[in-house]
Design a protein around this ligand. Structure first.
Ligand SMILES: [Zn+2]
Length: 237
């Protein structure tokens, strides 16, 4: 028996600790970058709402609405409603951080416009991920407890269901990185953000990208942990 179930907790930490630490570090980096650059007003002084509006308009996306929403870093683009929601700090703020985050969200609208494949795939996966993320582990552990061939099959089904969550977090990576690349390119070319201000934009957006990398590694390591439990336990037939 290579991986006995009773040592599962130690094994779990072995699998998840590096990703967990990376995640905490990335979150700290995002917070400190946002804190720092939300206090620095951009030379042009456009608000996040104005930045997003300009970026959308220059790309012909007059139909996409820009709205204010509650919550810290709750900014998002809703492809089904064609609405770009910016938290108050970003919507009203005229800082370098506000410009960067607003342009990133507008980047998602541009992806939607161009039919960017990973964005479509991610939207398509949302329902199965919503179910799989909670039902997968339940089916997995019930199957494991049954200790029968049927239970083993059930555990594999739970693992695959949960695996969709990991796949989702991997597909999220190109979506997020591409949105930030579009934001950086537009901000620099439009003159809304000057070249010497781009350092701030980059540090906010790159730190945010790192949190998505950490989340993907975390999801993959959880799936691997489940697989090792299943493969390592004694077989009965
Ligand atoms: Zn995003």
């Amino acid at each position: 028996m290579l991986f006995p179930f009773y040592s599962g907790y130690a094994l779990y930490f072995l699998f998840s600790l590096p990703a967990l630490l990376l995640g905490l570090w990335a979150q700290w980096k995002v917070k400190s970058a946002v804190n720092r650059y939300s206090k620095v007003r951009s030379f042009l002084g456009l608000t996040g709402a104005e930045v997003a509006r300009r970026m959308l308009n220059t790309n012909g996306l007059y139909n996409v609405q820009v709205e204010e929403t509650n919550g810290f870093l709750s900014d998002n683009y809703d492809p089904s409603k064609k609405v770009l929601r910016l938290s108050s700090d970003i919507f009203r703020g005229n800082s370098i951080a506000a410009a960067g985050v607003a342009a990133h969200e507008a980047g998602h609208a541009l992806q939607d416009q161009s039919g960017y494949a990973p964005l479509r795939m991610r939207a398509f996966m949302v329902p199965s991920v919503q179910i799989g993320s909670w039902l997968g582990p339940i089916i997995f552990f019930i199957g494991l407890l049954l200790s029968t061939p049927f239970g083993t099959n059930m555990a594999w089904a739970g693992l695959i269901l949960f695996g969709a969550t990991a796949l989702f977090s991997v597909i999220t990576l190109p979506v997020e990185i591409d949105a930030s690349n579009r934001a950086k390119a537009w901000l620099a070319n439009s003159g809304v953000i000057y070249q010497q201000e781009m350092t701030g934009v980059r540090s906010v957006l790159d730190a945010a990208a790192l949190t998505y990398v950490a989340a993907a590694i975390q999801a993959i390591s959880t799936v691997m942990y489940y697989a090792f439990i299943l493969l390592g336990r004694p077989r009965r037939s």
